[in-house]
Design a protein around this ligand. Sequence first.
Ligand code: THU
Length: 162
Amino acid sequence: IRPMGTIRSVPHSFKTRNTHKKPAVDLHEILPLDDESRALLEIAKAVRDKAYAKYSGFQVGAALVAASGQVYLGVNIENASYPAGICAERAAICAAISAGETEFTAIAIAGGDEDDTEAQTPCCPCGICRQVLSEFCPPEFPVILADGVYLLGGLLPHAFSL
Ligand code: THU
């Protein structure tokens, strides 16, 4: 360690090599969309039209699959008091948790001007939504975006927990 200023070095015992075990799956890998994930994306796109995005004009839809097999939907709902708005992903989580679900197997997110063609710009979930998803879903949880299947642990390493 070489701090700026007059002190040129300080003794330390920090490890210089990462000794953590590697996870079984590469959480940063982006998997190609398969038929099932495409179908879930279509559901997210369909519900996106119901978004209340009066202020940003950016509509988002989310389709969250519970372990029960039930799919819960969410859209972004904005508000004149901007911070009171909620994202589509958290709206879907609210619907699912309120229905008594506690385990989830995947979420698909469609946002903005994504059209029906391939290779669109993905609508990546915001940091707060990543943290909220991490409350209920493991690092291997698939987050299905327009350009592929991401894993939650890759999107949010070192999530906060109590
Ligand atoms: N938004 C979502 O609903 N989900 C995201 O993943 C990113 C952003 C919403 C919040 C706001 O209503 C609008 O998109 C523009 O930021």
